[in-house]
Design a protein around this ligand. Structure first.
Ligand code: ATP
Length: 383
């Protein structure tokens, strides 16, 4: 794996540079199928060398957005530009974009090397150049040993790499990956995610991936667009999406989160006090989210930021609730405590890292516990 991956990715943020121009631009794109709107007024810029993920539940319009970029569908409204040129009217094969499909779509009767070189043969590339390029792709995707095999003689992971090699062979400017790792088991999927990131860096290409797996998007992508019903809900880097979701939808979609509804009772600078009724608790959050006194808002706190203890915290007057342990889920690296809060039906979850190898559970079922969290741990959501 390239040693440069971390530093390169850390420094990469052209979207924060007002002078940088996106490579791909969706401008107010709408796609209707009959009277159903699959993509609803999407404006989005994707930068050269970016690894961009479209994330959202099944049917939210991810694939449709990607298919319009590839030229398999046409926008009902709006336009799509690549390097400043409107793509309308350009056939899929005229676009410097290649799409790797969910199903891989390999030719069963062709060997691995013939599959990889197929597009180059169609393009009438000289034979010697095809051989060189195919050899390069086999090496890149670690498939040299399998060059003469046919797809049915390969594992799912190997087939996935053949499909990847084939879509990379033509050196497209942009590679579109539609659920590329969907057929792989969890472990292979995780390994392949790193291989993909490494490949993308080595080739200096722009990758757009469609996935409904939030962990996958968080792992591979420089930025993620979270979609719902054809709309972009939030576009940001993985840590921002996780730490500063802009809505209950995003907060809930990415990872596990506790959400408590309340009313804004006081605002002093970035300190917001919220009175919640279920559970009845005073919450104080450090957040610069604009709110107004009396407004209904939601406070979201990740379970790993909730302290769970038998004893009350030093200040139990804010961000602290008492309850009874209702369930404990042991999931290997962490235990998740589900705590029923006193005086109502609310349940709050706290996760505790299992750092010790001995299976000790100082807090058990039906224990009375205190849950508390820091002012900086909560996020105020207004929608
Ligand atoms: P998945 O993760 O299940 O692939 P997705 O987010 O990629 O979902 P799309 O394939 O973009 O979703 O589909 C968005 C919506 O548009 C769906 O409700 C789908 O049924 C609808 N749709 C897609 N293609 C067509 C079509 N050719 N005709 C009619 N409706 C379509």
């Amino acid at each position: 794996m390239a040693k440069t991956l971390g530093p390169v990715r850390r420094k990469f943020s052209p979207w924060n540079d007002p002078a940088a121009k996106p490579l791909i631009e969706f401008r107010s794109v709408v796609k209707r199928f009959g009277d159903f709107t699959a993509v609803d007024d999407v404006s989005l810029g994707i930068y050269e060398k970016e690894f961009f993920a479209l994330l959202g539940p099944s049917g939210c319009g991810k694939t449709t957005l990607m298919r319009m970029l590839a030229g398999f569908e046409h926008p009902s409204e709006g336009s799509i530009l690549l390097a400043g040129t409107d793509l309308e009217g350009k056939q899929p094969y005229e676009r410097p974009v290649n799409m790797m499909f969910q199903s891989y779509a390999l030719f069963p009767h062709m060997t691995v090397e013939k599959n990889i070189g197929f597009g180059l043969v169609m393009d009438k590339m000289p034979k010697a150049d095809i051989e060189t390029r195919v050899a390069e792709m086999l090496k890149l995707t670690k498939l040299e040993k399998f060059a003469k095999r046919k797809p049915h003689q390969l594992s799912g992971g190997q087939r996935q790499r053949v499909a990847l090699a084939r879509s990379l062979a033509k050196r497209p400017k942009v590679l579109l990956l539609d659920e590329p790792l969907g057929a792989l088991d969890k472990k292979l999927r995780e390994e392949t995610q790193f291989e993909l990131m490494d490949l993308q860096q080595q080739l200096g290409m722009t990758f757009l991936i469609v996935t409904h797996d939030q962990e996958e998007a968080m792992t591979v992508a420089d930025r993620i667009a979270v979609m719902d019903h054809g709309k972009l809900i939030q576009v940001a880097g993985p840590s921002e999406i996780y730490e500063r979701p802009n809505s209950r939808y995003v907060a809930d979609f990415i990872g596990d989160i506790n959400i408590v509804e309340g009313r804004v009772a006081a605002i002093e600078g970035t300190t917001i006090r919220i009175e919640a009724s279920s559970p009845a608790v005073s919450l104080v959050v450090e957040d610069d989210e604009p709110t107004t006194l009396g407004a209904t808002v939601w406070v979201a706190v990740r379970p790993e930021k909730v302290r769970i203890a038998h004893d009350a915290p030093a200040d139990a007057s804010i961000n602290a609730v008492q309850g009874t342990v209702w369930d404990i889920a042991y999931v290997g690296d962490v235990s998740i405590y589900h705590v029923k809060i006193d005086g109502g039906g609310a349940t709050i979850r706290a996760t505790v890292a299992n750092v010790s190898r001995t299976v000790e559970r100082p807090i058990g079922w039906e224990d009375r516990v205190w849950l508390s969290w820091a002012r900086s741990s909560g996020v105020v959501l207004t929608s």
